[in-house]
Design a protein around this ligand. Structure first.
Ligand SMILES: [Zn+2]
Length: 318
């Protein structure tokens, strides 16, 4: 049986699993920030997701039964994996969601997702429901980074054009929408023994200039440290020398979900390669805009950037 996660994933296990991830990280300044962030913006303030049946066209006893299963707790930056009856249609934020043969569907809650989200579910019998979801709001830290090459902060027009060209290739790769359910196996950390040097969502001030928030997880490790695929997937982008992100690899895990790895000193894979969870895809480095060797792990649901620290872990597999 391909499906390996239980639905809905149990909140208690999820919490415990996240603590495991934190325990794997040695104490340090950045790790401390993570803990503060978790305490201030996350678990303590979680409100159980309430599913409210807004529109229901039948008064039968069966109509009150939940038709869609979701995690109990939702927060900004989260990949949400749900389960629906076969042949249901689900709309979220203007997207018509892919629903697998086993009823699996996914969507992503962005960094600034509002406190209320809505799923519109149409069942095979034509009945439609609106499910209102509570989304816990997070506080994001401020991170000041100094010592970056100034050209990477305020690029000249030639460099700016190159950055735009390179970004277009990344955007194109993120349009992919495969029926593969590689994400159901859970995710492993791509490097072992890392110090977390940057967290998802933080407001960045680079060389004193306010920039876009940091939309990934930075793991500081020595240059040359092997980088492993966190889950199975297909390589959709591979380059060794992008201006901002240096050695860059993207892996598609199905249903519009992709991992990206930046600043790598070596890239071992090519576009189209099928990779397995744990396979070495390259090595950590500090290519592109970086002040020290690390791996930046980004995670997207199409164009929505999510927090890799919230991904379902391998330990959830049953
Ligand atoms: Zn980063």
């Amino acid at each position: 049986m391909k499906k390996t996660l239980s639905f809905p994933p149990r909140a208690g296990k999820h919490r415990q699993d996240r603590r495991c991830l934190q325990r794997m990280l040695p104490a340090g300044r950045a790790t401390g920030k993570w803990r503060v962030q978790g305490a201030a913006g996350g678990w303590g303030q979680f409100v159980a997701t309430v599913l409210i049946l807004v529109a229901q066209s039948s008064a039968s006893l069966f109509a009150a039964e939940p038709t869609v299963q979701l995690p109990q707790h939702l927060e900004q930056g989260q990949l949400v994996i749900g389960h629906a009856p076969p042949n249901a249609q689900i709309e979220f934020d203007g997207h018509s969601l892919r629903i697998g043969k086993d009823g699996t569907f996914v969507f992503g809650l962005g960094r600034d997702a509002p406190a209320k989200a809505e799923l519109e579910v149409r069942n095979a019998d034509g009945k439609s429901q609106k499910l209102e979801l509570n989304v816990a709001q997070r506080d994001y830290p401020m991170e000041r980074i100094n010592g970056l090459p100034q050209q990477t902060i305020t690029p000249n027009p030639i460099i700016a054009a190159r950055i735009a060209r390179e970004q277009a290739g990344v955007v194109e790769a993120r349009k992919r929408d495969d029926a593969r359910e590689d994400f159901l196996q859970g995710f492993q950390l791509p490097v072992k023994g890392a110090r977390i040097s940057g967290v998802y969502g933080s407001q960045r001030v680079d060389n004193g200039v306010p920039k876009s928030p940091h939309m990934g997880l930075d793991m500081a490790v020595p240059t040359g440290t092997p980088v492993h695929a966190p889950a199975d997937g297909i390589v959709t982008f591979a380059a060794t020398d992008l201006f901002l992100t240096g050695g860059t690899v993207m892996i598609d895990h199905g249903f519009g979900l992709d991992s990206s790895f930046l600043h790598m000193s070596r890239v071992n894979v090519n576009v189209g390669d099928h990779v397995r969870q744990g396979q070495v895809i390259g090595a950590a480095g500090m290519t592109g805009r970086a002040t020290g060797p690390h791996v930046h792990w980004g995670f997207n649901w199409f164009e929505v950037r999510l927090d890799p620290a919230l991904l379902p872990k391998q330990a959830l597999i049953q």
